[in-house]
Design a protein around this ligand. Structure first.
Ligand code: PHE
Length: 340
């Protein structure tokens, strides 16, 4: 019997080393330690031996049972450890790998340009005012001194929503709304979308303008030129100069067209400035006395200056964009280039 016990232990030790998984482990349990396992069988045989031999053999069998269980537990531990190792390897994260990119949005070039423009004017003390995109004829035309038969009222240029209701064709109705709601001194910017029924490579039916209005005592064309000088320097660079040319708008008198010296060639002449050395950037002038009167402001006491800047035009010049539709197609390959 002694031999049997040590043989049993030997064969368990041998078998345990080849246990690879949980299934083999439970088979091992059943074979040796289960109810009908080898250890239980040997225990049963103890009844058959003589009384004298029994205590010593009983002790040996108990030791066998204990040892067998220890061997089993250490195999169990070994498997658990191996399993943990495997999972650690499988789920390991290499923290030295470059992180996955999270695609973030960027500001649209129109927004970038608008913000830059606002920044420059904010430095001169301008406040922001926003008016409605759907306007009435009164604010968009009549009170801006646009005569009833003026071509700007033609259906060709204006999107009408109903009789006398339209999509504003410029931000100038903002001038009227500001002067209706505020007494001078006034110094406001009115940025926003405007709409005209016309499109080509440099015109879109919807585009953006930024209106400027200053009303105070003794405002002159010099103030206009001084402010616009600051503006173009802020946007295009310190070396850029402005030039005023006489023009016509019904709501300003005198009216001017403002050119900047070409920031591409420095005024020598290139394709951007069409070899003139100058680029037209905006319109403006001294607020027409009728417009002030239409808003209850005495033109003998106050005078004003106004200007309207096309935001697309500034963005296209600044970034060298040759087709306005690029600004509205929202092609990511185009927009991605404005990530800073
Ligand atoms: N509203 C004019 C336009 O859209 C621009 C302008 C604004 C001119 C203010 C003079 C004064 O063309």
């Amino acid at each position: 019997m002694k031999n049997k016990i040590s043989e049993l232990l030997d064969s368990l030790k041998q078998e345990v080393s080849s246990v690879q998984d949980k299934k083999m482990l439970s088979e091992l349990w059943q074979k040796y330690l289960g109810k009908k396992g080898a250890v239980s069988e040997i225990k049963k045989e103890l009844g058959k031996v003589s009384k004298e031999e029994r205590p010593a053999l009983g002790k040996l069998i108990n030791e066998l049972s204990q040892k067998a269980e220890e061997i089993y537990r250490s195999a169990e531990k070994r498997l658990e450890h191996a399993e943990l190792e495997r999972r650690n390897k499988e789920e390991a994260v290499d923290i030295t790998l470059p992180a996955e990119k999270i695609p973030g949005g960027v500001l649209h070039p129109i927004s970038i340009t608008r913000n830059n423009m606002i920044n420059v004017f904010a430095g001169m003390g301008f406040e922001i005012f926003e008016g409605p995109e759907i306007e009435d004829d009164d604010h968009n035309f009549t009170r801006l001194n646009v005569a009833a038969n003026h071509p700007a009222r033609d259906m060709q240029d204006t999107f009408y929503v109903a009789k006398d209701i339209l999509l504003r064709t410029h931000t100038s109705p903002g001038q009227i709304r500001v002067m209706d709601s505020k007494k001078p001194p006034i110094k406001v910017l009115v940025p926003g979308s405007v709409f005209r029924s016309y499109s080509d490579a440099t015109h879109s039916p919807r585009f953006h303008q930024m209106e400027g209005l200053v009303v105070d005592k003794n405002i002159t064309l010099c103030d206009l030129q001084g402010m616009l000088d600051q503006f173009v320097k802020g946007i295009f660079g310190e070396d850029v100069k402005t030039r005023l040319r006489p023009s016509y708008f019904p709501f300003t008198e005198p009216s001017v067209e403002v050119d900047v010296s070409c920031f591409e060639c420095g005024g020598k002449g290139c394709s951007l400035c069409k070899h003139t050395g100058w680029i037209e950037v905006l319109g403006g002038g001294i607020v027409h006395h009728s417009v002030l009167e239409n808003c209850g402001i005495d033109p003998n006491e106050y005078s004003g200056l106004a200007f309207g800047i096309g935001i697309e035009r500034i963005a296209m010049l600044k970034y060298g964009i040759n087709n306005i539709s690029l600004l509205f197609e929202n092609d990511l390959r185009f927009l991605e280039q404005f990530r800073d």
